[in-house]
Design a protein. Sequence first.
Lengths: 139, 139
Amino acid sequence: MSKELEEGSVLSLDFTKLKKVADCGADVMPAVAQDVDTGEVLILGYANQLALDTARAEGMATFWSTSRNELWIKGKTSGDYLEIVEIRVNCEQNSLLYLVRPKGKGACHTKDSSGTARSGCYYRRLKADGTLEFVTGKE
Amino acid sequence: MSKELEEGSVLSLDFTKLKKVADCGADVMPAVAQDVDTGEVLILGYANQLALDTARAEGMATFWSTSRNELWIKGKTSGDYLEIVEIRVNCEQNSLLYLVRPKGKGACHTKDSSGTARSGCYYRRLKADGTLEFVTGKE
């Protein structure tokens, strides 16, 4: 991923991702991980049946990596996992909500200017002029 | 939608939805609406550029209806809209988070047993035995 995409102030939305997800070969649905204590929406990934089964069995938020096309137990190797507290399903049963308690470092792979992993991926907001700015404390 | 799917205790995940979304003809990305005051994740929809532009212009959470293939300013007609407080973008710029303040009725199209629109779509949790149960107060 480019630095500008992740750290810049230019809105440059990637509308191509969803088609790649749909074409990855696995049957997946969006899975949102939310910090059960702070309410912060941390990350949106995709889960197939195996990912859901693994999340339940391991007690860790698990996704299907649609780019690597493999199971992704987030933070299992590093120890920075998201402990599953509860799994919710939406009305139409086509998306999941993982209520989690983060263990270790932040859920986002990016780091703030002090070199600390950001707690979640939604660290920028859209300004009135159409550019992005960092949410306070996430710079 | 079937009553059982929306109100039942049987987990019956619809993994077919995402492919339909990708094939709807519009370039979309997931857009999650979260209640900025309570932290509740209300609904996950899909947004294209027009939906995002409309959300910003109207100040109401807007999606692209991938089933009807049309713009969906949620609650605009009924008045039960989700006022946009802030729009956030994830690290890779391939999903959106609408921070909203619900006006009027709940964000979910389903109703609880008292006939009241549910505040959000994630009103059921997965139990250890693999069945669904209603979150307290959402029955």
